[in-house]
Design a protein around this ligand. Sequence first.
Ligand code: PEP
Ligand code: MG
Length: 869
Amino acid sequence: MQRNIYFFQEAAAPDPFILGGKGANLAIMTQIGLPIPKGFTITTQSCMVYLKDPNFFEQVLSNQVLKAVAALEELTQKNFKQSTDENLLLVSVRSGAPFSMPGMMDTILNLGLNDARVLLLAKKTNLAFAFDCYRRLLQMFADVVYHIPKENFNLLLKKAEDDFQQTCQQFSLQQHQVVIEQFKAIYQKQGLQFPQDPVDQLFAAIKAVFQSWNNQRAKVYRQLHKISDTLGSAVNVQEMVFGNSGLTSATGVVFTRNPATGEKGLFGEYLLNAQGEDVVAGIRTPENIHHLQTQLPKAYQELLHYTQLLEKHYRDMQDIEFTIEEGKLYLLQTRNGKRTAKAQIQICYDLVQEQMIDKKEALRRIKVDDLEQLLHPTFEANALNKTQAFAKGLPASPGAASGIITFTAKEAQQLASLGHKVILLREETSPEDIEGMIASQAIVTSHGGMTSHAAVVARGMGMCCVTGCEALHIDEQTKTVQCGDLILKQGDIISVDGTTGLIYQGELPCTMVNHDQILSQILLWADEIATVKVRANAETPQDIQNALDFNATGIGLARTEHMFFNKNRILTMRKLILADNFDERNKALAKLQHYQEADFKQMYQLVQDKPMIIRLLDPPLHEFLPNTAHELEELAQDLAVDIAYLKQKIAKLQEKNPMLGHRGCRLAISHPEIYQMQVRAIFNSVITLRKSGINIVPEIMIPLIAEANELSYIRQQIEATIHKIFAENHIQPFEYQIGTMLELPRACLKADTLTPYADFFSFGTNDLTQMTYGFSRDDIAKFIHFYHEKAILTFDPFQKLDCDGVGKLMQIAIQHIRSIAKQKTIGVCGEVGGDPDSIFFLQQIGVDYVSCSPYRIPCARLAAAKARL
Ligand code: PEP
Ligand code: MG
């Protein structure tokens, strides 16, 4: 029979899918001898069974819980059920899903207190403490079990303090009892009652925690983090220890390393004389953990020791909740700490240096998304120098964002849905704000520390966040925020720097951060493992430099048409296309050759002897012709021709289906002189640079080949030009390569026939996808969302390779090529070459390299390594 309950000390191999993350960790911590309050876990399966059939509780679980409570009484030598025994056992009831979902589900503390037992607790400790516990119970129970807002109770307590003209710490017994009666009246107003029997309290609490698996914020969180709805939450019932029983008591949260930067060393916060909720809720701003060293030195030393033990055991940074009860330390829970991408990279790097994990494990742990986050923007240094921050808070989660300020999660959602970039400003956030937080660019809170709800959630989402910005006086009613003399209102723009904690007025320009030393080192580890190399699609000096800085192994695609688009060049190109005679055409060609030669020289100077594939002209010629009336007039003037005549010429060049028309290698068949000019430009630049000692092997690529005869014809033409160039320059021939793109289905199916004429191959998956699906790559955005909504396609095949269809054609082509020529290089230069999932498939089918835009290189390098792990 399936077991529904396990005590912490007995689960032999704690499984988070059965015990939840928290339960499994409590079991492990108990078993390695750490000071953990005693307790038991009700399994995740029990939760799912109960949610399907609530009778399960009364029929099966209730008896088992009673037995477990009796055993816990035995274990702790305390009493849960009897209202006369001074040895009180109070328990907490906490949710615990297999994956951590901070703050999304419910917890109730101090269960077991009632009108009689609160007096026993007061006798043992003190009046203020005992009634504080009881009020908290009434409040949490109302919230979790009956969904009565907590604020109702806070207001009552505040009013009582005003009426009695003293703080609740100073209340007499009678005054405490008055407040308790008022708290109970809140229940009664709704026709409800707070159960006095501890067992009734416990049963109601367990059921409510089970039900909290399906509350709205938990569902949204699961959707966001792709956590399955069918897992369920375990329930942990644990002996209470009290962080609020005086000034030698405390509660806190520590990380074994800094979750924002990854820096080694205890990092965290605590509050003296407080209960756990107070630290994470961000209501009081807590103390830095290092201060505990002077306040409670023995507990601090123990904490340091146990946290190090835990980190060694889990071989990862831990997020640990602890409580100190009258000087004695208890650990309440541990889990792998949530962290920023920057911290994750630093931590994995350090753990390898400390020999806790190996490089492969580090690469397994670092997600491609982590890298993507690291490549998130920061504010431009120049702009920062020229401005001054108006406020500073805690740098809770790095990143930079500008947007209009708004004061509630709901408004944030509404404004974002209208297309605004929003910064959510709150005194503190709570789990109900989750949807508004997701919709925002950044979150700023005036209260709360580095472990407050806002900070934890933002770090989890990789979102910029500043917390504890106490100088901000936020008024949700008037929708204004005041900071000194400055008053900002809803809709004003601010810029938030999550890395420094600084907040600025107005919008600041952003830039990308990237060249981080640790990141570079980790990517070198990735390169050691990856077999698929990563090149770049780049042709401007800036892009090439970026690509080289990101350690591209070469340039997989330099699109030469991109080099014709500045004002002078496009005019020359237009003159070439519209030329009426040889003379005009040759003049234009000579000028273009001059431009291209200079470009290629500059490119080779950067790339040196790394491979660089230069692709000859690809798009239909009319793409270079004017679009607007103004451009047309200008061109007519430049060419000194009549507008009507010009229009007629342009009309002749128009095509019904240009992407299927007169483009790519087809241009070389009708106008061989264009490719000849480009080949001359390439070789002239190479010859000059080879003289200065750079060993360049030019690689020339022909686009849109469908038929072997096309390729053999063009290759012949190009080789004739090359030999002429060698002869004209009186130099010994040197090595060069002529290859082809595989971007038409026929080229893939007949790749064996192309192989004798191609020194290398590169899949153009943009065109190959276009031609395989018959989806126009320029128009798909207009209709793909219908496909998504109706689940006809779940992804965009231009962004993620269609492995089943396009991928199959690629597999066929590779098999053909490899059966004839094992050594010829095969790459991919379409957009999917930078997509991590696609890289996994491409590695499997035997591609040698992927080529992508420079900023995608780090992720592609990591993905290439992950494909081998
Ligand atoms: C391709 O088709 O995948 C390709 C790289 O070429 P382009 O995008 O320039 O057509
Ligand atoms: Mg193409």
